[in-house]
Every structure is written in structure tokens, then in C-alpha cells.
Design a protein around this ligand. Sequence first.
Ligand SMILES: [Zn+2]
Length: 476
Amino acid sequence: MANVWNYLANEGDYPDLDADSACKHLSAAIQCRTITYLDSSLMEWKEFDLLHMLMREAYPHVFSHAEVKEIDHSLLIRIPGSDPSLRPIMLMGHQDVVPVVAGSEKNWTHPPFSGYIDDTYIWGRGAIDMKDQTIGILEAAEYILAHEQKLERSLILSFGQDEEGIQSGASRIADLLAHCNTKLEFLIDEGDYRITDGSLYGANGEPLRMVHLAEKGYCDLQLVSHSAGGHSSNPFHGTSLAILSEAIHRITQDHHEPKLIPLVRLSFETIADCINAEPLHTFVSNIDAHSAEIAQLCAKDANLFPLVVTTTAPTMIEGSSAQPNVMPQNMRAVINFRILPGETCAGILAHVQDLLKSLPVEVQILPNSANNPSQISRYDSYGVRCLQAVSSRYFVNPKTKKGLRVVPALATGASDARMYEKICDSCLRYSAFVVDDEEDEHGVHGINERVTRRAYLQGIRFMIRLIQSSCMHVQK
Ligand SMILES: [Zn+2]
């Protein structure tokens, strides 16, 4: 989908929103090098302190109205509403960004932490993932409080410190909220930034917005094959490399029947009336009768296959011999699984152990590398209805002039949102800060990350309207 601004509507809302200062705030936030490293001793916490200082300066109304808790360097900001009987909503972002690959700085049009602003874009690491949303949420809250608009429902903002790493920030914020017996009406976290081309789902000519109601699980399995090594002229029992290769081969060739899980079924059901490509058009006329065929069809498509199978990706192999005539000693490999709802990490481990039981290979789950699939949030919820209403005001099909359909879907990656499922049954992953497909491919975690000013400002309007519609004049 090119030119994402073709889908923006009602950009005239909130005409006194100060666009230049909002863009400058994002630029300043990008200039804070809040980089996440898996080795947390490398984190430069003073950069997070700088970001917090900048937030306090830029958003005086938010920080004077709110109860603010710093949990390590994660931020929990609670703006109290007048009616304590209403459950709060929570808007989420993360403060951290992924590192810039060493040596790639010279390929950036503007230095990655410059926060350079031109007439069209704001450039830099984090422009899409996701200082636009983090700063945009604060802009929206500041706008409302500066206009003396009173909240009935409390609004919670939560900005974790290490979403791109071990996600300890979100987990500690969630524990704190649970400890205070907070129950959320709904939350919105990072989701799909794109206007999705409906032809992916057989709905040609129908641009869509996705809201992820659940995310797949994650599991890294380590395989180790032991060997003393030795001269390669007598590999009588095979080398550790040969054994490990056989193990990886068995795992990757292990066939799992694709499954249409209820949430993916719901995605198709929601857009069934605009699916016009065959054979899907026929299949969705009676999804229950054709669910196996729909799953098979998805499994053959590069974009859809992760939605119908637990994926298996061998990602690491270590320990090969340094010389051609020497057999390797102990070797290890890591296989990354992304697990469909309905399956578990323990189930994957048991299955792989069984598959490899005739081989001298140890199998274990790597520490801190496993989480089961999230719960599936309710679709029939107040949060989804609010989100649909606001989304369809700001993202519109230019041909039909109708709001883009919001489609419930499964996320294949992990986000902070799952940490909150113990206090919220409506964890919605959706991004109002949209990017083109091309930007998405190159920019997120890559070079020349940048967001258009228009899309960023539209995201802020979305957040203002969402807060107004869910926290003010609430109909009980
Ligand atoms: Zn992110």
C-alpha cells in the first residue's frame, strides 16, 4: 500500500493542535539514545533520564495532574478521572529502540539519532518503533488537559524500558497494577502499523486495519550433540555435526496439519462479504464446512502461513571444527518456535524430544526464552467498539469514503500487551501511527527509519478522540 496519507481523513480535527511543536518533541525524543541491548549492563540509563526530563518539560499538564511512578526506568502515569467506579483504560508505548547495526550509519540519509525533520518526514531510530506512539500519546493527553477537559474515567499511560529486549519493564508495571487491584477496561499497545492490503486475504480492492487480539507464543529450544572430536579419518558413529544436522532435518520436516484457529477464523468471517477472490470466496460462504481448505490455502501463502501453523526456524548453530580434517566436539543449535494459541511450550518440548529420541541429542528450553501464546481478548467488547469508531473516522477508503474495516487478527510477534492479561480481558494491539509497506520493510529495525509528519499527527488526533470518547461523557 503506497502513500499512506491517501487513507487519512478528518485531518482538520483539533485545528489548534500545535503540529510543529509535536514534531519537535518527537525529534527530541529520537535524539535520546534509549537503545536496548540484550546484555542489560550495556544499557545507557542516562539517555532514559534525558527522555524523562524532556517529557516533563514538554507535557507540564500531564505531569502535574498525574500520579507518576518510575519503576526502574519504566514509566507508569495515572491521570485520575472523577468517577472511580469506571475501570481505567491504558495506552501503551515503549521508550527503548533497537540498536543501529554497526557500520550501517553511513547508509542513513540523516544520522540515525538526529531526529531530523523535513517538510514530509521525521527521521531516526524509533520514528516508527515506536517513539511516535509513545510521544503521540503524551501529546494527546497534554492537549486534553491543557484544554481543561475533565476525565471521568482514569487514564493510565505505560511506557516500558525494554520491550525490544527482555520486557522486564512491562512485567513489573503489570505486577504493580495487579498488586493495587487495578482492573482495566481495555488497553491499546503496539500493533500493525500498516494499512493492510485486503488482497492478502482474498479481498481485492479492500484496504483494512488490523487489531490483534492475541499473540503467538515463543520458545527457543537448544539441541546439543556431544562428541570428543578426533581425526576425521574414522567418523564411525558420525560426527556431532552429522547428528545435529539429522536432528534439525527431522524437526523441520516434521509435518503439522495447518489449523484455522478460532481467532483467524474470525478474521475471515469479519471480511467474508468483501472476499472476492476464488476459491476463498466460495470457502468463506460456509467457513465451518471449509475450514480445513482455508487453512491449507493459508499455509501455501508466505504472508498467511504463520497464522495457521506453529512455525519452526533453526536460527543458530555453533561449535563446528576449525579444520577440515578434525571432527567437531560438542555442538549446539537453537530452533525458534512461534506457537499457535491452543499449543504450549511444554507440548513443543515433549514433541521434539519424542521426535529425536533415537538420536544422542539433548533438548532443552533456553532460560527466559519461552512464553505460551497469550489469551485471546474479547472481540465483543467496549474497547473494540471504541477503537472501531475512532479508527473509521481517521482511516477511510478514498474510493468508497467509508471507514476502513477493523479486522480482529492474530499477531505473529510478541508485544508487551500479554503481560497485562491478568488485569485486562481486552488487550488490543493496534497502531494509529501508520506507515507505508515500503517504510515498514526497510525502516522498522532497519536503515532510514522515518515517519511522515501527517501520519504522526493523525495518530495524535486518533489518541485525543479515543481518550475523549472513552474517558469523557461516559455512558454507563
Ligand atoms: Zn516496538
